[in-house]
Design a protein around this ligand. Structure first.
Ligand SMILES: Cc1cc2nc3c(=O)[nH]c(=O)nc-3n(C[C@H](O)[C@H](O)[C@H](O)COP(=O)(O)O)c2cc1C
Length: 202
């Protein structure tokens, strides 16, 4: 598939058919991810490919429990409504044929910056974001659909890290839901125009 066609076809899809994702295709997507640029080429990423139904459901349970705890802590009805919606926004990985947990490790950069420097985490996230984009585009090129979700980590980072056996300095960034789309994608969420987001100098 032509590169720009691939870019245009990628949508965030979170409902999938039962069709499996071929192992060799997952390896192809992971290889594409590893070819992404990263700050000082540290490649601060790890991918945990989860096909085990029980584990995916256990992960969903901990996310739901955390969302419910936050919901119980607020009286604000509009916030509660939003949180109810966040449940499905944060747990679609459980029904996807494949869930890929994306981990990062803070940037080291030769160790010149102090361990508390926020740039260490920023650079790791910037690098990992590029790897996720590569992975999602590769998934599209291979005929699959995906959705990256950061919210499971926002609600239940520590609980999920425990379930997945993640050890410091690694931390969970998000989870990619991956599979064959259940139906054709609807309209893409509206984008700002190139003119609106670009400035040419010179
Ligand atoms: C950093 C980041 C975090 C996201 N988190 C979530 C999420 O928690 N749950 C979800 O369903 N989608 C999530 N998305 C997907 C966005 O909602 C989606 O990319 C956006 O609405 C644009 O739609 P499109 O990807 O189909 O073009 C996330 C995307 C990014 C880049």
């Amino acid at each position: 598939m032509d590169f720009f066609e691939t870019v245009k076809r990628r949508h965030s899809i979170c409902r999938f058919s039962d069709r499996p994702v071929a192992h060799k295709d997952i390896l192809g997507m992971l290889e594409a991810a590893t070819l992404a640029p990263s700050a000082t080429n540290e490649q601060p990423w790890r991918f945990i490919v989860i096909r085990d139904k029980n584990l995916k459901e256990g992960m969903r349970d901990v996310v739901n429990a955390m969302v419910e705890a936050v919901t119980a802590s607020t009286e604000d009805q509009s916030r509660q409504k939003r949180l109810a919606w966040m449940k499905s926004y944060s747990t679609h990985f459980a029904d996807a044929p494949v869930a890929i947990a994306v981990l990062a490790r803070p940037w080291v950069g030769g160790g010149y910056s102090p361990p508390t420097d926020p740039a260490r985490r920023d650079l790791a996230l910037e690098s990992v974001a590029m790897a996720v984009a590569h992975l999602q585009l590769a998934a599209t090129a291979l005929g699959y659909s995906s959705c990256f979700a950061s919210s499971p980590a926002e609600f239940a980072r520590e609980e999920l890290e425990t379930l997945l056996g993640v050890e410091q300095p690694w931390f969970l960034v998000g989870i990619i839901s991956l599979g064959v789309a259940a139906k054709r994608p609807g309209k893409r969420p509206v984008r700002k125009s190139v003119a609106e987001v670009s400035t040419f100098i010179g």
